[in-house]
Design a protein. Structure first.
Length: 353
């Protein structure tokens, strides 16, 4: 399915967040946020205000991992909190399944957060006086579910994140990675349609962080959630994302697939961001395959469209002579010969000179 044909789960339209002494009054000024953004920002700053999010526009497709990345202070965490209305935006629309969250009344917003959204933050936020089982079951308790139902669901989620046998442990008895798994399980317990993760792994040691990224991708393959993921870590963003939005000083400056951003950065700032990202890690089989009419040689190794070029290189080193790219039903989508794979290696070397 093409990107344009994918169903949209979240639509963010001209979203602004302004801080300052008269921010609420400014947010009601006619036309301030509808014209030229640079002029609006200049006017705001001259009056002692800080535009933290500037006219954000994007959509997130159902089942997509949409990563928002940028340096500290770029506005990415403010943006995600505006999407969930943990922070009140100054202007704009946030549509969840076509419902505008910014006009939802407090009762409706509470219901949406309890039943439609899952949230995981950098600091795990586990309740220290509750064991693992009770922590995971806590949001279901808030919903008023009977004890038997909520504990059954909590045990399912604990098993899903690989913590069987730790149900009676308290947070102080768990490692950082285990605590974050509890946080993931708790956020999944309500079966959220939309999952917000704000720097969820940044407090972890590098090895544990890599393991949690693997765990996250495993869960996504099983659950196919719609995810908005915040990170300042470039390697993490390019490893996890279906698409990436790069922010700078409150503004989104480029949105695209990892391979597209690496190949065609929007400006010098983005180019510096991605200069150390190897093409072989972000380009996929579908990016380099050639269309075929009918079948392709049965001697070629079958691969899925989302296999990385780096993985294809490893397979060539193991003796593969070429690849046929197939969909989930085994039907041929295209073919890749070794020269196409090696050409990406050559392009990588040229980029780094």
């Amino acid at each position: 399915m093409s990107e344009a044909a994918q169903p949209v789960k979240v639509s963010c339209r001209n979203l602004w967040k302004v801080y300052g002494p008269r921010a609420d009054r400014l947010s009601r000024s006619d036309g301030l946020f509808e014209g030229d953004r640079s002029a609006a920002c200049e006017k705001l700053r001259s009056s002692g205000h800080i535009p933290a999010v500037i006219g954000a526009n994007f959509v997130v497709h159902t089942g997509e991992i949409f990563v928002i990345m940028g340096l500290s202070g770029s506005g990415k965490s403010t943006l995600v909190r505006c999407l969930s209305r943990l922070i009140e935006p100054s202007c704009g629309q946030v549509l969840l399944d076509r419902e505008d969250l910014l006009v939802a009344n407090p009762h409706r917003l509470i219901e949406l957060r309890r039943r439609e959204m899952g949230m995981v933050f950098q600091h795990f936020g586990l309740l220290p006086h509750l064991n693992v089982l009770d922590n995971v079951a806590f949001p279901l308790r808030v919903q008023g579910q009977p004890a038997q139902e909520r504990y059954s669901r909590a045990r399912e989620m604990i098993s899903l994140v690989g913590l069987e046998g730790r149900e009676t442990a308290f947070p102080s008895q768990l490692s950082g990675g285990q605590q974050q798994r509890v946080g993931l399980a708790r956020s999944l317990a309500v079966g959220p349609a939309l999952w917000f993760l704000d720097e969820p792994f940044s407090a972890l040691d590098p090895l544990i962080r890599r393991q949690m990224q693997d765990e996250f991708l495993r869960l996504q393959r099983m659950l196919n959630k719609t995810i908005i993921f915040i990170t300042h870590d470039m390697q993490e963003a390019f490893r996890l994302a279906d698409r990436i939005a790069i922010m700078r000083q409150g503004e989104i400056i480029q949105i695209g697939r990892p391979a597209d951003i690496v190949r065609e950065p929007a400006d010098d700032y983005v180019a510096r961001f991605v200069e150390d990202i190897p093409l072989v890690r972000v380009m996929l089989a579908r990016d380099i395959m050639q269309p075929v009419n009918g079948g392709v040689g049965s001697a070629d190794e079958a691969v899925e469209p989302n296999v990385t070029v780096e993985d294809l290189l490893a397979r060539l080193a193991g003796g593969s002579r070429g690849f046929r790219v197939v969909d989930g039903g085994g039907d041929a989508l295209g073919a890749i010969d070794p020269a196409a794979v090696l050409s990406i290696v050559a392009r990588d070397r040229q980029r780094r000179r």
